[in-house]
Design a protein around this ligand. Structure first.
Ligand SMILES: Cc1ncc(COP(=O)(O)O)c(C=O)c1O
Length: 302
């Protein structure tokens, strides 16, 4: 990966003249079964750009109560997209069409904020990296379509879900209007994420990327790491599963997850990437060794 970074061909990314960024965006769009992907520095920014693209301020976002979007982005949906957030109490990070039917606010009401976006997270970080079954996603998206709601997938670790479930990433991701994919998690890049969707949506997303300060210059330096990761590190995600299962089993012996934070007890159902315990956090962060101010070439696959 370090060699790929050193040899990257670069250009002005803001002007879309960086061939390495352009190639990464093309590869990820294809991988996700979407028309276009936009490279940004972080998955948080990708999520926020997606939400800003999908809905106007004053509208409402439905997401699971422990979704990264609601729990760990410092109120970003409100700050950057002006969205009201309505948390759903999920079961191990998941919720179904019935909950959406129950929560949705009709858009023709004169006083209430209209529900516009439903977001899900796959894998679901706060529940230990659990995977959404494909049929559940399909049923949820079908209901959202009936209700004319946009759907966003926070797929920061979508490739972990794909590897764990055996379902191609595109089959999962193409159902959504917008998708976030992160390169700095299990794929081992120093930074980088992408937001993907239709050409029309991504044209708007590129404007917000610039407005949010995410338009870069010679970003091919880091995009090269992303291409390297797609070529070399995706299949290796499968190696993480036995390790994460071991960590999960060990940590669950000394820890109970409270209801509403990912189920009553960790049951190793499908932790596709890692445990959220302090023990595993220490272990996983130690995989990305920062030595003398630089990141070692070893893929962290956290
Ligand atoms: C599901 C999910 N989405 C988004 C993010 C944000 O990623 P980043 O740190 O690149 O902003 C994370 C980070 O852990 C995450 O777990």
């Amino acid at each position: 990966m370090r060699e790929a970074i050193a040899n990257a061909v670069v250009g002005d990314e803001q002007r879309r003249e960086d061939p390495t960024v352009n190639e990464l965006e093309r590869r990820v769009a294809e991988l996700l079964g979407q028309e276009e992907a936009v490279y940004v520095p972080t998955a948080t920014m990708a999520n926020e750009i997606a939400l800003r693209t999908l809905a106007e301020p004053g509208a409402e976002l439905i997401a699971e109560e422990n979704a990264h979007l609601l729990l760990s982005e410092l109120g970003g949906p409100a700050v950057f997209a002006g969205l009201m957030t309505r948390p759903i109490r999920g079961d191990r990070g998941r919720f179904g069409p019935d909950e959406v039917q129950r929560m949705v606010r009709r858009t023709d009401a004169t006083h209430t904020p209209p529900t516009r976006v439903v977001a899900i997270e796959n894998t679901h970080n706060a529940s230990g990296g659990r995977v959404w079954p494909l049929e559940e996603i399909q049923a949820l998206v079908a209901t959202c379509r009936e209700l004319e709601l946009s759907v966003h997938l926070d797929g920061a670790r979508l490739l972990n879900a794909s590897v764990a479930s055996g379902v191609p990433a595109a089959e999962i991701a193409r159902q959504f209007d917008t998708v976030t994919l992160c390169l700095s998690k299990g794929l081992g890049c120093p930074l980088g994420a992408l937001v993907a969707g239709s050409h029309v949506l991504m044209r708007t997303a590129r404007r917000f990327k610039h407005q949010f300060g995410g338009a870069m210059r010679q970003a091919g330096i880091v995009a090269a790491a992303g291409i390297y990761a797609l070529d070399h590190n995706v299949e290796r995600l499968a190696d993480d599963r036995p390790g994460s299962m071991r960590l999960t089993t060990t940590s669950s012996a000394s820890r109970t997850i409270t209801p509403g934070r990912g189920g009553s007890q960790r049951d190793c159902e499908r932790p596709a990437f890692r445990s959220t315990s302090s023990r595993s956090r220490r272990t996983s962060s130690s995989l990305t060794s920062v030595r003398s101010g630089s990141i070692r070439a070893m893929p962290s696959r956290v």
